[in-house]
Ligand binder design. Structure first.
Ligand SMILES: NC(=O)c1ccc[n+]([C@@H]2O[C@H](COP(=O)([O-])OP(=O)(O)OC[C@H]3O[C@@H](n4cnc5c(N)ncnc54)[C@H](OP(=O)(O)O)[C@@H]3O)[C@@H](O)[C@H]2O)c1
Length: 208
């Protein structure tokens, strides 16, 4: 699969590196493709990864992973032609002090992003666990849950498979509007992490 990862920070770095190592063709879309930081990331990711300007990365990919800060989402997304592409939205609409969300309950960051990224098949995913859990989603031999939601079934299947390849148990949470609940779930995660749980924990759905 040809995957563009926008952002080489904690989330983009881990996801892109792991999918490249799994054999996907990954292009990191970055402001600084020639930087030492990006060179180090590419060295870890291996030969299936390269870096390019965001526009170049997006133009060659079928799947675009949005691992950017929420406050630049609109500006960045309106620069690209995303029509028909699967757009994986990892963002959380955190406020400036990281103590709450900028929006929620009657809409979500994912729905705002779907409005800005005209024609993209948006799937909300990879927002409810830390980058550390994305690096290793196995806890006591059990895969952590990765919730995802969206309005395009084929796009959701692709993202569910990508989550499974990383070692998550993917759970389809329903239509994109369910991001109204996945984003507050991420806020709960952040609250717990800051209360002492740290980033080495994850949500798990158990059943009988
Ligand atoms: N950290 C987590 O554990 C976690 C977990 C789940 C979801 N999320 C969400 O995922 C998204 C990315 O989080 P992150 O922790 O990976 O963020 P991060 O470490 O700060 O990385 C964000 C990346 O975005 C790129 N970027 C482009 N324009 C930027 C700008 N104007 N200012 C800052 N960065 C810019 C940068 O990559 P280049 O320099 O290469 O352009 C930067 O490395 C956020 O929306 C966050 O809420 C984070």
């Amino acid at each position: 699969m040809k995957i563009a990862v926008l952002g080489t920070g904690r989330v983009g770095g881990v996801l892109g590196k792991r999918w490249a190592r799994a054999g996907h063709e990954v292009v990191f879309g970055t402001r600084l493709p020639g930087s030492e930081k990006v060179a180090a990331l590419l060295a870890e990711a291996g030969p299936s990864a390269r870096a390019a300007a965001p526009r170049d990365a997006v133009s060659h990919a079928g799947v675009v992973v949005m691992a950017l800060p929420w406050n630049i989402a609109q500006e960045e997304l309106t620069k690209h032609d995303l029509a028909g592409k699967v757009l994986v939205d990892c963002t959380n609409p955190l406020n400036a002090t990281f103590t709450g969300l900028d929006l929620g309950f009657d809409t979500s960051a994912a729905e705002a992003i779907a409005g800005w990224a005209k024609g993209a098949r948006v799937v909300k995913a990879f927002n409810t666990v830390s980058a550390a859990a994305m690096a290793d989603p196995t806890f006591g031999g059990q895969p952590a849950t990765m919730f995802y939601c969206g309005d395009d079934d084929q796009a959701k299947q692709i993202v569910g498979k990508l989550a499974e390849e990383l070692g998550f148990e993917p759970i389809d949470a329903g239509p994109l509007s369910m991001a109204r609940y996945l984003e507050p779930l991420a806020m709960l995660y952040i609250h717990l992490a800051m209360k002492g749980w740290g980033s080495s924990c994850a949500f798990k759905v158990i059943r009988r």
